[in-house]
Design a protein around this ligand. Sequence first.
Ligand code: SAM
Length: 231
Amino acid sequence: MTYSVSPVGFVHSCFKEKFAIPRQPQLAPAARGVLELVAPYDQGDAVQGLEQVSHIWLLFVFHKALEDKPRLKVRPPRLGGNKSIGVFATRATHRPNGMGQSVVKLDKVEAGRLFISGIDLLDGTPILDIKPYVPYADIIDSASNSMASAPPVLIPVHWTDSALQQAHSHALRLQEPLVALIDQCLAQDPRPAYQTPTAEREYGAGFWDVDVRWHYPQPGVIRVLEVISKQ
Ligand code: SAM
C-alpha cells in the first residue's frame, strides 16, 4: 500500500550544503531560517494560535539523501562512520521514506511564514507537517540512549584576525549572527571521524551566501582562515 504526501512548506535555511550542518537541532542556536508555507497553508488561519508555542516539531523529507534501495543497516557518524547498526536505531538520513524530524525554536509567526532557529535543515528542505512541542508529553525524564547519551564534545574554534573581520562585516550585511553560527557549527567538528587532517589540509562549507574555510593547526583545534562571498 502506498500513501502520498505533499509539502506544507519549504525551509530557507542558513545551511546551503550538508557538510557542517549540526547532526541534531538545538546544537547551534544561531542557525536560523524561515519556513515558507505553501497554499492553502500560507494563510493566517493555518497558524492561528501558534504564537503561544515556543518550539515546534517539523516533519520533513531528507530531499538530498533519497535512495531507491532500502538500507537495513547504516553507519552513523556518531559511531565514527565505520560501525554499522540497524537503521531504526539511528537518526541517519538514509532511511525508509526519507523522513526526518526536528524540534526547532519558533521565533516569530506571520501568515505564511514561520521564523525558526536551532535548525539542522538544509536549504530547500520540504516540510510535511508542523506540530507544537508539548513539554509534558515530549520531555521524558527517565529516557536514555546509551549510543547517544550526550551532545557532541566541542572543540576550540580560533579565528585569524582577517577571518573574524570578514565574518563581522558579512554578519552586518546579512543581519545574522554569523560569527556565532560559524563558531557553534565548527565547534562540533564537522570532519568525518576517520579523517586525520594535516595542518595544511583546508576544509570548507557554505553558510548563508558565504564560504567559510578552516584548518586544524593541531589535532582537535580548528582555526577559521577565511569568510568570503561565494563566487
Ligand atoms: N533531526 C533530524 C532527525 O533526527 O530526523 C535530522 C537528523 S540528521 C542526522 C541531520 C543531518 O541531516 C544534518 O547534519 C544534515 O547533514 C542532513 N540534512 C539536513 N537536511 C537535509 C535534507 N533536506 N536532505 C538531506 N540531508 C539533510
